[in-house]
Design a binder for this molecule. Structure first.
Ligand SMILES: Cc1cc2nc3c(=O)[nH]c(=O)nc-3n(C[C@H](O)[C@H](O)[C@H](O)COP(=O)(O)OP(=O)(O)OC[C@H]3O[C@@H](n4cnc5c(N)ncnc54)[C@H](O)[C@@H]3O)c2cc1C
Length: 378
């Protein structure tokens, strides 16, 4: 059983207050926003239903450069220079032009929180909704001048009726975290596990993160996750799963900043949403810090952030097209394609472009550089 740090029942005292900035959601996106508000002098409140770092929300794999650029290297667990892709008809080893690493969720969240240098007060509360500038939680109402929704795919603070799965543009993912070790970052494109999607095994020190991602939200992933873990002779323990957005949504609405999965910032083909949550979180935090410093009006900041997010739409559309194409390719043909694409030139080009969507070097431009060293990116 996981140890629950979050206060429950009578220990949850009423929370009824005003603040300058209310950040809802204390995972990657919310913590990146909070980090940028250090030194603002504003009354910033960060809330989440769990304590910071308590509930891991992913396999925690990220291009290593993001850890380096944000000064988060001490959360790193394992680094990979190659991606191994298995299909029923072939196995290819793609040497990446940059490395990918797994990290410890709790450590990373703690480091991000520390980097904000006391910029925020944290409270555990479940967010239920919003009326104008008032956010309703299970502990009371919070009134805020500026509001950030970093609550994930549910987009709890949106004003429109929320489209629920399986009709929404969402993928679904589930993984187990057994004890074990490995040296390769592996994925399988294999219809016997998932008709449209892929399955993975990411080693992270003394743990493996083994899971199934389905681009079709109607396909249930529990049985294939258990089967995959069993096939890999791993225990089916410590489950973690969620819906994963695979389409961009407006990043601002009714005066609210939406960041990370709440704005559909997760990348459609790969379901990689950590670096984009950090990337757009820094961007939203930068705009908010300009507002708090009196250098920009709130409407202008919202407009700039919304336009920044929308400027990435073409890349998201491309990835979505490939996501839809791959399951339609006959398995033998797909194996042939994967082998052909092993050329150094193609890998540098394709993975280079993929990293460009949210490149670690952009930390320097986006961030007010609270403790972020400007170092070279591996
Ligand atoms: C199985 C799986 C594996 C994945 N692996 C990877 C990976 O290896 N690499 C990668 O880049 N991406 C991965 N992803 C995608 C990645 O997890 C998300 O894109 C990323 O977590 C988005 O960050 P976020 O901060 O926007 O949202 P989240 O990380 O989902 O954080 C949302 C926060 O809001 C809180 N919250 C939610 N609702 C409420 C509420 N009503 N009230 C209060 N608090 C609330 C949650 O507790 C949480 O802390 C994976 C996803 C899944 C499902």
């Amino acid at each position: 059983m996981p140890i629950r740090a979050t206060k429950r029942g009578a220990e949850r005292t009423p929370l009824d207050r005003d603040c300058d900035v209310l950040i809802c959601g204390a995972s990657f996106a919310g913590l990146a926003v909070a980090r940028e508000l250090s030194g603002s002098g504003a009354d910033v409140l960060l809330i989440d239903r769990y304590e910071i770092g308590e509930r891991q929300t992913s396999a925690c794999g990220i291009p290593t450069g993001w850890l380096t650029q944000l000064g988060l290297h001490s959360a790193l667990q394992q680094t990979f220079g190659e991606l191994v892709i298995h299909t029923p008809h072939t196995t290819v080893n793609y040497r990446l032009p940059w490395t990918f690493s797994t990290f410890d969720y709790r450590t990373l969240c703690g480091l991000l929180a520390d980097q904000s240098r006391g910029a925020f007060t944290f409270e555990t509360a479940k967010v239920n909704g919003r009326t104008g500038r008032t956010v309703h939680t299970d502990r009371g109402d919070i009134r805020a001048t500026h509001i950030v929704d970093a609550l994930g795919w549910r987009r709890v603070l949106g004003s429109a009726e929320n489209i629920q799965p399986p009709d929404a543009l969402l993928s679904r993912g589930l993984e187990v975290h057994p004890h074990g070790s490995g040296s390769e970052m592996e994925i399988w494109i294999d219809r016997s596990y998932v008709p449209a999607g892929y399955v993975w095994s990411f080693p992270a020190g003394e743990e493996l993160r083994i899971g199934v991602g389905s681009f079709d939200p109607r396909f249930h992933v529990k049985e294939p996750t258990v089967r995959l873990a069993t096939d890999l002779k791993a225990d089916t323990v410590r489950y973690q799963g969620n819906w994963i957005p695979h389409a961009l949504r407006p990043a601002t609405e009714d005066g609210v900043f939406f960041v990370g999965d709440s704005a559909g910032h997760c990348l459609p083909l790969t379901a990689e949403g950590i670096r984009t949550a950090l990337y757009f979180g820094l961007a939203a935090g930068r705009e908010l810090s300009e507002v708090l410093a009196g250098r920009r009006g709130p409407d202008e900041a919202l407009e700039r952030y919304g336009a920044f997010s929308a400027s990435h739409a073409a890349a998201y559309r491309w990835l979505l097209r490939v996501q839809r194409l791959v399951p339609r390719i006959a398995p033998r043909l797909l194996a042939g394609c994967l082998r052909t694409l092993q050329s150094r030139r193609f890998l540098d080009w394709s993975f280079g472009h993929y990293l460009e969507i949210a490149h670690p070097r952009s930390v320097v431009a986006l961030s007010r550089a609270t403790g972020a060293p400007a170092v070279s990116v591996p």
